[in-house]
Design a protein. Structure first.
Length: 358
């Protein structure tokens, strides 16, 4: 074995040890030459080999750094805790995250929590045993206090990087989170409806995930700013258990109750997402209320459900692949020791057929 190959193996071990401690910078060429008693030429050849293997990269004027990929393949597996791997927004999102991670030598390992706090705890306990270098987490029932803070703290103490997706817990305010700009999204939909002349606007939002209250706030701050009267009597809230019944049994009775109790006198409804809007339009039809002739319906997500609806639904969207790519790139930077910040992905309005003038 050549000297540079021997040195590359020694440096590979050093990289592996350093990554466990969050250290990505390699010593200078001179320091390596002195420490391992080799020539500068041997050092350069070893670094070139490591670069060709994707283990290090050169930063101009700064030296060599580990890419974040570990020589130990098991350390390149990134678990993601997510509400569902099948629910309508998740397959595309997971595909984007997986592809972006794979391009840098990482594998995504999916752990569905079903938005269940106890299930989340079981998964975290199992991950504590393997101590992955990074975890992506969509919090379960994030609008509520979590009993799992202790496990997140233990993972952090063990050197695991935490990146939250869509939401994060109040008990972990300093963690990095990639999420939708929910406040602005709510504001954007309400502003669109007020520009169409609507002054009696209802809404229906999810109560136990942070996205719901954030979207609610954006809607009503917009109405306040436009001096449009608003009332909590026109707001309905649903829970994760309602979604479970809707998806497993097509039980939409909570939407029928919402129409009876909150929609009377309103000319428009802002829905938490496409799924709720899709089923709400069905219930409105059963009640003899026509969309958009009698009432306008708008929502978030721009999924296939907004196209499958009897009336194509006006909705909000992100640029293609934006969320997944941002999540993956942020996690990779965290593993490389590069400082990162939380980001909110902006929404854009996609006008379809479910809204019209008041």
């Amino acid at each position: 074995m050549n000297k540079y190959e021997t040195l590359s193996k020694q440096l590979t071990e050093l990289i592996s040890q350093n990554l466990k401690q969050g250290i990505t910078a390699l010593p200078t060429e001179g320091a390596i030459a002195e420490q391992y008693q080799v020539s500068r030429q041997t050092v350069r050849a070893a670094l070139s080999l490591l670069k060709s293997q994707g283990l290090i990269e050169s930063r101009r004027g700064s030296g060599s750094y580990a890419t974040g990929t570990s020589p130990d393949a098991d350390q390149n597996i990134i678990p993601i805790l997510i509400a569902s791997s099948q629910e309508y927004i998740y397959p595309h999102l997971l595909t984007d995250i997986r592809a972006s991670l794979a391009s840098k030598g990482y594998q995504l390992q999916v752990h569905p929590t079903e938005n269940d706090t106890s299930r989340e705890r079981q998964i975290l306990l199992s991950l504590l045993e393997t101590q992955p270098r990074g975890i992506i987490v969509e919090g379960s029932k994030s609008a509520l206090p979590t009993p799992n803070t202790d496990l997140f703290e233990k993972l952090k103490a063990a050197g695991t990087q935490l990146l939250f997706l869509h939401n994060k817990y109040d008990a972990l305010p300093d963690e990095v989170c990639i999420k939708d700009d929910n406040y602005y999204g709510g504001y954007l939909l309400a502003n669109h409806l007020t520009e169409l002349g609507h002054t009696r606007i209802a809404g229906i939002f999810k109560s136990d995930d942070k996205q719901g209250p954030e979207r609610y706030l954006g809607v009503f701050c917009c109405l306040r700013d436009h001096n449009v009267a608003f009332s909590d009597r026109n707001i309905g809230w649903f829970h994760s258990s309602d979604i479970e019944k809707l998806e497993k049994k097509q039980d939409s009775r909570f939407l029928a109750s919402y129409i009876r109790e909150h929609v009377s006198g309103c000319t428009a409804v802002i829905c938490y997402n496409d799924e709720i809007a899709y089923w709400l339009i069905k219930e409105l039809s059963y009640a003899g209320i026509r969309v958009p002739r009698d009432i306008s319906v708008v929502c978030f997500d721009n999924s296939y459900l907004s196209e499958l609806s009897k009336v194509r639904i006006t909705t909000l969207t992100h640029r293609p692949h934006e969320m997944g790519s941002c999540v993956a790139e942020t996690m990779i930077k965290m593993l490389q020791g590069i400082p990162v910040i939380s980001q909110e992905i902006p929404w854009e309005l996609v006008r379809k057929e479910s809204d019209g003038p008041a």
